[in-house]
Design a protein around this ligand. Structure first.
Ligand code: B12
Length: 300
């Protein structure tokens, strides 16, 4: 009688060797693919977050130069809300995904600027020393980077940037459309914008990282709203008066800012207020600049 073949139970002896090798091979391939895809994503995320490093580096250097407002955004966010006359045409590898850095200042600029005015002839002797200071310092900070720099004081077609709208969409300050003032959550209206740096070859933040515009404090404070509106109407009346604005017109614009929060802790020091606002009166500027140099004040 033929001896029966032994019954081989798979669960007792395991699968044949070829099957084991196959399964291990598949597992290794899957793990490898997973590893490669993780590495790729990590590289991509690194590239996509390079704007954070660029911004952090710029922030540190600009703060040392007195520019304490530094906000990154994507060019497209600005162009989507900018009036046609103030849009920035894309100009490099990243197109409208390019990184833009908005640069501005609070009262922090004044002491640093005064030192530069005193110590550096290229600032102290310049016709418009704040503009010259901004130009030199911003370009120094971004030296070696492909960039286009637009300045807040430029108004020619193709150069004008609606910086207040940019600040709004970059989450820096609420643009109050009634008074045309940008209002910052802690600085109130006591800030100015100076330059817009477009880094055409660097990718800006992703849409998921887009900040919300800060709230408008005037929306929650009816008496502040009324104060600002009244001060703005007064300033506008003076500005549009027949014969042009009077000598003291600038004080009416200062009053608009003061109306947001009288005695605001971030208010500029008096010299800085007079210097920035009283730009039509050359004598006042000359007096301030002379004081900065420690010299005699020119008499009227
Ligand atoms: C031209 C100009 C003016 C003109 C405005 C004329 C006009 N019809 O636009 C005049 C000479 C009146 C002016 C006055 C002042 N200006 Co001015 N001005 C500018 C400048 C260089 C360009 C504005 C512009 O054309 N933008 C482009 C258009 C397309 O943008 P927009 O968003 O559609 O329009 C904005 C402005 O045009 C403005 N606006 C529009 N119509 C009017 C009318 C009047 C009467 C005013 C005052 C403003 C105004 O408000 C709009 C936003 O709501 C900007 C800097 C800049 N690059 O934006 C500074 C700027 C707006 N001004 C500024 C300042 C500080 C002033 C003054 C306080 C002081 C000064 N040096 O004279 C006063 C008073 C302003 C106030 N609200 O209290 C700051 C505002 C900062 C802030 N915290 O809000 C800016 C951003 C300059 C800066 N370096 O930061 N300004």
């Amino acid at each position: 009688m033929k001896k029966p073949e032994p019954v081989v139970k798979v669960d007792e002896t395991g699968p044949p060797k070829a099957a084991v090798a196959g399964a291990v091979g598949v597992a290794v391939a899957v793990a490898w693919r997973l590893f490669i895809s993780r590495m790729r994503n990590a590289g991509g995320a690194g590239r996509n977050n390079a704007w954070k490093t660029v911004t952090a580096d710029a922030k540190e250097k600009l703060a040392a130069a007195g520019f304490d407002i530094v906000a990154p955004l994507k060019l497209r966010w600005y162009n989507e809300i900018a009036p046609d006359s103030a849009k920035i045409a894309p100009g490099g590898a990243m197109g409208e995904d390019a990184l833009v850095i908005l640069v501005g200042n609070s009262a922090a600029l004044w002491p640093v600027f005064c030192d530069a005015h005193n110590a550096r002839p290229e600032i102290g002797d310049a016709e418009n020393p704040v503009d010259t200071y901004v130009d030199i310092e911003v370009n120094r900070v971004f030296r070696g980077k492909i960039r286009r720099v637009f300045y807040a004081h430029e108004t020619k077609p193709g150069r004008l940037v609606a910086v207040q709208r940019m600040a709004h969409v970059a989450g820096v300050a609420h643009l109050d459309e009634r008074s045309h003032l940008s209002i910052h959550p802690t600085l109130g209206p006591w800030l100015a914008f100076r330059a817009v740096v477009v880094l055409d070859d660097a990718r800006g933040p992703g849409d998921g990282q887009k900040p919300r515009p800060p709230p408008n404090p005037l929306a929650f404070d009816p008496s502040a709203r009324a104060r600002v509106d009244e001060a703005f109407d007064d300033a506008l009346d003076g500005y549009e008066a027949p014969g042009g604005p009077s000598e003291g017109q600038w004080r009416l614009w200062v009053a608009v800012r003061d109306a947001v929060e009288p005695g605001h802790p971030a208010r500029y020091p008096e010299d800085q207020v007079a210097y920035h606002y009283n730009c039509l009166d050359g004598r006042e500027r000359a007096r301030i600049r002379s004081r900065l140099r420690g010299g005699f004040e020119p008499s009227d």
